[in-house]
Design a protein around this ligand. Structure first.
Ligand code: FE
Length: 226
């Protein structure tokens, strides 16, 4: 097991021990989750390897793939394509796995992807209230704040307050919808295309799309005028 793999396992258990934009959170609470998830993950992996059920090299390859080869740029490519191609956008909103397959992406086996569209009237925000289910196939590994119990609880109780902390202040007449990801169903937000980008290429549009916008905690900002 190399250092990066150990770091990853540490990340699995660390969840919200760091402070975040949601405030200092030192009292990390899990409902029905072991108090030391890292040790349990390591113990489970050791047993599975010992019994010959999993190949440690295969596990390392999977972790390396999501840690180094998949990231928010993949999701941004999908968003930019949807902004410039109405047919692709329609497919993305009705059958996301089929749409992302056109760009060479596949959902992790056993999970379904659903894309929800932000409009001038509706703002969507994604959370996993139970743990940290996240669209790994398009965004890579989730940020620490996404796994924090503060975000997981407050995104449901007070989504507008959470959005404000990310600098996303919405008019009162905008409906906020909260989507709770699960192991079987992961959500990705299709942000609104910013105005003033009509002459942008698909690549230039993709460069504007942040990870946070695809989780729904920020908007995609208009490029600043020089
Ligand atoms: Fe989860």
């Amino acid at each position: 097991m190399d250092t990066s793999r150990r770091d990853f396992l540490a990340t699995v258990g660390a969840a919200s021990t760091q402070s975040s934009t949601l405030g200092n959170e030192t009292d990390h609470q899990h409902q029905a989750v072991p108090s030391d998830a890292t040790l349990r993950v390591k113990a489970l992996e050791s047993l599975l390897v010992e019994k010959g059920i999993v190949d440690p090299a295969a596990l390392d390859a999977i972790v390396d793939y999501f840690e180094h080869k998949v990231g928010p740029r993949d999701g941004a490519r999908v968003v930019a394509r949807a902004w410039v191609d109405p047919e692709f956008k329609q497919l993305l909103l009705t059958d996301a796995p089929a749409a992302i397959a056109q760009l060479g992406y596949t959902s992790v086996r056993g999970e379904h992807l659903r894309v929800v569209e932000n409009t001038t009237n509706v703002h969507n925000i994604v959370v996993c209230t139970l743990c940290s289910c996240y669209p790994w196939a398009l965004l890579g590994l989730p940020p620490v704040w996404y796994k924090s119990s503060a975000y997981r609880s407050r995104a449901v109780i007070d989504p507008r307050g959470v959005l404000q902390e990310f600098g996303c202040v919405l008019p009162d007449d905008v409906e906020v919808r909260v989507f709770d990801s699960t192991a079987e169903l992961r959500y990705l937000v299709l942000p609104e295309r910013p105005t003033g980008t009509d002459d942008f290429s698909e690549e230039e549009l993709a460069a504007l799309v942040s990870r946070d916008a695809m989780v729904g905690v920020r908007k995609v900002q208009k490029p600043t005028q020089e």
